[in-house]
Structures are given as C-alpha cells and as structure tokens.
Ligand binder design. Structure first.
Ligand code: 5GP
Ligand code: ZN
Length: 122
C-alpha cells in the first residue's frame, strides 16, 4: 500500500499548513483535537515522521512507538483524563487499515475520554 505523503492531511496539520487545535507539539510529535469528536475529550497524537499505518512499522520504529505511547499517557494527564483511581481513565485506539476503520493514512493514536455514551468511530 502506498500513499502520497505530499498530500497527506496529517503531515500538513503537523507542518501547520492546515489549521488544527493543537494541544501539544515537540520536535517529534504533534497532538491536536479531532475535528469530529467521538467523546468529550478526543485528541489525536501523530509523529511528525510520515508512517502510513501501524502495519508498516518495523523494529526501527520501536523507540518512536514507545515514546508515542508514553506521550499518550502524559497528554491524558495534561488533559485531565488520566487514570487516577475510581472511575477515571481513557481509551487509546490505533485504527489500522480499512478493516480497522482507518481513514487517514498517517499513523495516529486516538485518546478518548469523558462521559458515555460516545459516538461510534468508523
Ligand atoms: P482514523 O479513522 O483514520 O483512525 O481517524 C482519523 C480521524 O481524523 C477521524 O476521527 C477524523 O474525525 C479525524 N480528522 C479527519 N480530518 C481531520 C481534520 O482535518 N482535522 C482534524 N483535527 N481531524 C480530522
Ligand atoms: Zn503524513
């Protein structure tokens, strides 16, 4: 599977060429609010590096994927939805391929949290 990175929506969002509501950015990752939130808190975390999909990741991406997951936890804390006991917590989703409901082919993790019910994703 190959996709044209020059027309990649999330590469453009990471570069600031398409506006988004960013909640975090550093040299390696950007996090921004989903345009069609499925829950009260719905944030997408992406690497600046273009990777189409989780199925295209290799051992070389292990460190990046590890840092991305740690960032998800840090952002959940920053967004006030971390698991701190009781009924608190959040969901992390990485849709992969059409069978997994992936619509945008630039690797991203969804952070979802808030009161139920949530909207269906895909
Ligand atoms: P996927 O289905 O690929 O896992 O998730 C893609 C997500 O990107 C969807 O939840 C969709 O609402 C979100 N999305 C699509 N286009 C845009 C956009 O232009 N801006 C933002 N902020 N989110 C988008
Ligand atoms: Zn991209």
């Amino acid at each position: 599977m190959s996709h044209d990175t020059s027309s990649c929506l999330f590469c453009k969002i990471a570069a600031g060429d398409i506006p988004s509501t960013k909640v975090y950015e550093d040299d390696e990752f950007v996090a921004f609010r989903d345009i069609r939130p499925a829950a009260e808190t719905h944030v997408l975390v992406i690497p600046r590096k273009h990777i189409d999909t989780l199925s295209n990741c290799t051992e070389d991406d292990s460190a990046l994927l590890g840092r991305m997951l740690v960032l998800v936890a840090r952002l959940a804390d920053k967004l006030g939805v971390a698991y701190t006991g009781g009924e608190t917590g959040f969901r992390t989703v990485i849709n992969t391929g059409p069978g997994g409901g992936q619509e945008v082919y630039h690797l991203h993790a969804h952070i979802l949290a808030g009161p139920r019910p949530w909207q269906r994703m895909g």
